[in-house]
Write a protein that binds this ligand. Structure first.
Ligand code: SD4
Length: 301
């Protein structure tokens, strides 16, 4: 990258999100405008069963969304277990801008979304409902790596997210992360994604990181904060992503067999790092030259 603005995001479907985010930056939008616009793309996509509209529900049949947005000046807004609202990332932004809080959950988050004028929308599509009813026959929680990138996803245990990181030419940064979380999760379960330091972390002059995969394994170690801490200590974004993945693998041993966790990091200078447990992690990098989808993110196993 030539030192200009950049957007990076998790998974193949990040390419379309990056386009929207980059367009906002080019049109004079702020970094927060950009990462919000990026997150809104998969949120509205009926073919994406892991973010927003048509997300897979929890095991009681409710689609519940988690999202966080963060700048590098201490601005943070997050929601978890938000229902009946397509654009969780925009509600997270309103938490940041319109409330004295950083994180609102559950019924309060849904009520806040209504108060802010977000329309009430039933997020459970017939396709997602069918997948849930099929799942109920066995009710098995079995991690299935990289299911995020297989379409159609019909019924498998799905757990993914879009995490976006953005920088401007002068090295300012912001990030966003939005998801419907693990498919068929227990009611009230909150993953890594909306938690600052787990699913996302941004620090001025140091870098930004985001995660995807089975959130419990990321939350356990405050994964994204750990990546940024390593960068603060001098590691490259790549080395920092590798460090946290190795740490998780060592900590968890056999308990994470078959589990995917991936990290993506960006430095203020525009260096990108990516590393995951299992092969199959993909991500998208956009700069003024266009988009590159990296189909083989490096992995530990
Ligand atoms: C979670 N990590 O809820 C989030 C979403 C996800 O890939 O699946 N990320 O566990």
């Amino acid at each position: 990258p030539g030192g200009g603005a950049m957007i990076v995001s998790t998974w193949d479907f990040g390419a379309a999100a990056n386009d929207a985010a980059f367009a906002r930056l080019k049109a004079g939008g702020t970094l927060i405008d950009a990462v919000e616009a990026g997150g809104m793309v998969p949120e509205a996509d009926p073919n994406n069963h892991s973010v927003g509209y048509s997300g897979y529900p929890d095991r009681d049949g409710h689609v519940t969304l988690d999202a966080v947005i963060m700048d590098d000046r201490g601005g943070v807004g997050a929601v978890a277990a938000l229902e009946d609202t397509v654009h969780a990332i925009s509600v997270a932004r309103r938490v940041m801008e319109k409330t004295p809080h950083t994180f609102i959950v559950g019924e309060g988050a849904t009520r806040f979304a209504r108060d802010q004028g977000f329309p009430k929308v039933n997020l459970l599509t017939p396709e997602a409902e069918k997948a849930w009813r099929d799942w109920l026959k066995t009710s098995q929680y079995r991690p299935e790596a990289n299911i995020e990138n297989r379409r159609p996803r019909g019924g498998a245990l799905d757990h993914d997210t879009i995490g976006l990181l953005a920088r401007t030419a002068d090295g300012r940064m912001a990030g966003a992360c939005t998801t419907s979380g693990m498919a068929f999760k227990m009611r009230g379960r909150v993953g890594d994604s909306p938690q600052v330091g787990a699913g996302l972390y941004v620090e001025a002059g140091v870098g930004a990181a985001t995660s995807t995969g089975l959130g419990e394994e990321v939350t356990r170690v405050s994964g994204s904060a750990r990546v940024v801490a390593s960068m603060r200590a001098g590691l490259s974004p790549q080395a920092a992503c590798e460090e946290v993945v190795r740490h998780i693998a060592k900590l968890r041993g056999d308990a994470i067999k078959g589990t995917q966790v991936g990290f993506l990091a960006l430095s203020p200078k525009g260096e990108v790092g990516a590393f995951c447990l299992l092969p199959g992690f993909t991500y998208a990098v956009t700069d003024s030259e266009g988009v590159t989808v990296v189909k083989k993110g490096p992995s530990l196993f």
